[in-house]
Design a protein around this ligand. Structure first.
Ligand code: AMP
Length: 279
């Protein structure tokens, strides 16, 4: 595995690979790597000839009162894990190079970015889409691997690639979970022991709800209303949303059909958890 910091060098290495006729798979991460990230790297390894994994805590996607400073960072550990998952190139971009002083452009997907997580994180997805678009243009034709864990991000990025006609294939990868179902997340490191127990309720309750939605015997609105009560009872003291949505438009749906997505964001202590499941 080679470690690259500079974009010119990255482009040179990728141009050489393309010259050899090799396909390129790209896994963007913010580091603090766990098995969820590594599943993306392994999927890229399985499907592409050259695998690039990046570690970059993107400042644009954090709101003013969010955890940009506190976000866990451990470069040496991340590099060791990228190597273990058989990435060929670990790319560690610098904010100075990606967003030099005077950087002003925004790439926005307004409607898809305003709903769900966008209601409480109004600048988040523009930060993601601006950064990702810059990176995708820089990398050229590739497959990008994104986790279904961040389902709205996946939908928003599919829209960017489609609308701008980028030469990129977006490949979603299923969520990797702890044995009790909690979706792996770098932010799980914030959870105290008792909070960690409560956090598992999110998966348990979503699983119960999805079974009821699949059975299609009750009105969706009732199932969701009861779900919100159950989440609160289980210690998820603040619920940003619990909705059943169309998996492409993210519009709420009233009758559950295959492919709809049950999506949720809720807080345990000071930690915000998100999760989702397909009907
Ligand atoms: P992050 O470092 O949180 O920005 O995540 C980088 C990529 O890893 C995103 O595409 C996430 O959706 C994906 N990811 C994060 N957690 C998981 C997980 N538990 N399972 C699968 N993919 C994940």
């Amino acid at each position: 595995m080679i470690v690259v910091r500079n974009t010119a060098e990255l482009r040179r290495v990728l141009a050489e690979a393309r010259g050899r006729g090799q396909s390129i798979g790209y896994v963007p991460t913010m580091g603090a790597l766990h098995e969820g990230h590594l599943a993306l790297v392994r999927e890229a390894r399985r499907r592409d000839d050259v695998v690039v994994a990046s570690v970059f805590v993107n400042p644009l996607q954090f709101g003013p009162n969010e955890d940009f400073e506190a976000y866990p960072r451990d470069e040496q550990r991340d590099l060791a894990l990228c190597e273990k998952a058989e990435a060929d190139i670990a790319w560690l971009p610098s904010a100075r190079e990606l967003f030099p002083p005077g950087f002003e452009v925004t790439v926005a997907v307004p409607r898809l970015s305003a709903v769900l997580c966008g209601e409480t994180r109004p600048t988040h997805f523009a930060g993601v889409t601006t950064e990702m678009t810059k990176i995708l243009i820089l990398l050229g034709p590739i497959a990008v691997y994104l986790g279904e864990k961040d389902f709205q991000q996946l939908v928003v990025m599919r829209a960017v690639v489609r609308d701008l006609g980028l030469p990129v294939e977006v490949r979603g990868v299923p969520t990797v979970r702890e044995p009790d179902g909690l979706a792996l997340s770098s932010r799980n490191a914030y959870l105290a022991e008792a909070e960690r127990q409560d956090a598992a309720a999110l998966f348990r309750i979503l699983s119960e709800l999805i079974a009821r939605l699949r059975a299609n015997a009750e009105p969706v609105a009732e199932v969701l209303a009861e779900g919100r009560q159950e989440l609160t009872r289980a210690g998820l003291h603040r619920i940003d949303y619990l909705e059943l949505v169309d998996s492409e438009t993210l519009d709420p749906v009233r009758t559950a059909t295959a492919g709809n997505r049950l999506v949720a964001a809720a807080w345990v202590g000071k930690t915000r958890l998100i999760d989702n499941m397909a009907v």
